[in-house]
Design a protein around this ligand. Structure first.
Ligand code: ADP
Ligand code: MN
Ligand code: MN
Ligand code: MN
Ligand code: MN
Length: 361
């Protein structure tokens, strides 16, 4: 047995009464992910978040607490299967609290959860479909995967959804991540190669309410873990390469119950969509401010984006802030796509702000 085979053998040993829970949280940067593992006693089915113990970590090592009072509490919020360990092992998305029970400053989930618990929001069953774009980087050069060293590939055009050794860089990573998400229980709906070579996209959703944020967080964790195993870096920078190269976004598709269906003989779904978009227009600046760090490098009005200065919307328009699909216009109901959020956006902030301004606004 090689060392590698021996490690694989040990990792595959069956476990009966015990399993491993990997607790995941967002660190002091607001986007970085951290995790650590603990053992739990297995039952017939996977534990629910409330059956798992609250845990803690050293917040002074993650930029989340001072050294003299460093304990931050980890509260389990969502449970997924662990595709890396397999078996009954689980991944646990957590949020962070001070010992007195208040959410810590970087806990954006708590405020989002409060919005998603509002009865008016619950009654509208808000659906989200989030298109996460990301760029794979060579670990030594930090240059996009597959790009010539110290140089550039040919201009954009042939790469989007393409096939071929000279066009697609990192497909196995993208595909492995896709399967990892499906195994975990993430509601991942698809993947595609992007316009910029070395850039990929996956979509999470439709997912309801706060679950969209939890699923996106665990999907990003799985992407980091997949890249870690592959020896490749992953960037969520909104404009990894300046110039004539597409940036990376996180288009957020959204619908309410009122938008998804029309009352018989009317276009009430369409009317609800237009009314929602008009509310977004009024709050454009608030949304732009919340839609991701460095997004101003991406939202230039070029490369399939709208300028961040002014709100715009249109049917089938990829140069608008908000796009509505042709099918939605034809059917008289459906959903809208907010194209403004950047790849590094906080999904709890973005999803809850859309719900707040459209449903409660
Ligand atoms: P695009 O055409 O912009 O590339 P994608 O197919 O990449 O769109 O992503 C669309 C996302 O929207 C998917 O995750 C899909 O599941 C989701 N979606 C579909 N219908 C709805 C809906 N009614 N409300 C919210 N999201 C939806
Ligand atoms: Mn210790
Ligand atoms: Mn897409
Ligand atoms: Mn895309
Ligand atoms: Mn899109």
């Amino acid at each position: 047995m090689s060392t590698y085979e021996r490690i694989e053998f040990l990792k595959s040993l069956p476990m009966d009464a015990k399993a491993i829970a990997e607790y995941i949280w967002i660190d002091g940067t607001g986007s970085g992910l951290r995790s650590k593992a603990r053992t739990f006693d297995t039952g017939k089915s996977a534990p629910s978040p409330s059956e798992l113990p609250i845990w803690n970590f050293d917040g002074s090592s993650t930029g989340q607490a001072p050294g003299e009072d460093s304990e931050v509490l980890l509260k389990p919020q969502a449970v997924f299967r662990d595709p890396f360990r397999g078996g009954k092992d689980i991944l646990v998305v957590c949020d962070c609290y001070e010992p007195n029970g208040n959410p810590i400053k970087t806990n954006t989930r708590a405020a989002a959860a409060a919005i998603f618990k509002d009865k008016r929001v619950v009654d509208e069953v808000p659906w989200y479909g989030i298109e996460q774009e990301y760029t794979l980087l060579n670990a030594e050069t930090h240059w996009p995967l597959g790009w010539p060293k110290n140089g550039y590939p040919g201009p954009q055009g042939p790469y989007y959804c393409a096939v071929g050794h000279d066009r697609m860089f990192g497909r196995d990573i993208c595909d492995a991540h896709y399967k990892a998400c499906l195994f975990a229980g993430v509601n991942i709906s698809g993947i595609n190669g992007e316009v910029m070579p070395g850039q990929w996209e996956y979509q999470v959703g439709p997912s309801v309410g706060i679950s969209a944020g939890d699923e996106l967080v665990v999907s990003r964790y799985l992407l980091e873990r997949t890249c870690e195993a592959a020896g490749v870096l992953c960037s969520l920078d909104p404009k990894p390469i300046p110039g004539d190269w597409n940036g990376a976004g996180c288009h957020t598709n959204f619908s309410t119950k009122s938008m998804r269906e029309s009352k018989p003989g009317t276009r009430s779904g369409w009317d609800a969509i237009v009314a929602g978009i008009e509310k977004l227009a009024l709050k454009h600046a608030e949304h732009i401010a919340a839609y991701g760090e460095g997004n101003e490098r991406r939202l230039t009005g070029r490369h399939e984006t709208a300028s961040m200065e002014a709100f715009s919307w249109g049917v089938a328009n990829r140069g608008a802030s908000v796009r509505v699909g042709r099918n939605t216009e034809t059917d008289g109901c459906g959903y809208m796509e907010d194209r403004r959020p950047s790849s590094n956006m906080d999904p709890y902030v973005v999803t809850s702000l859309i719900a707040k301004n459209i449903i409660l606004g």
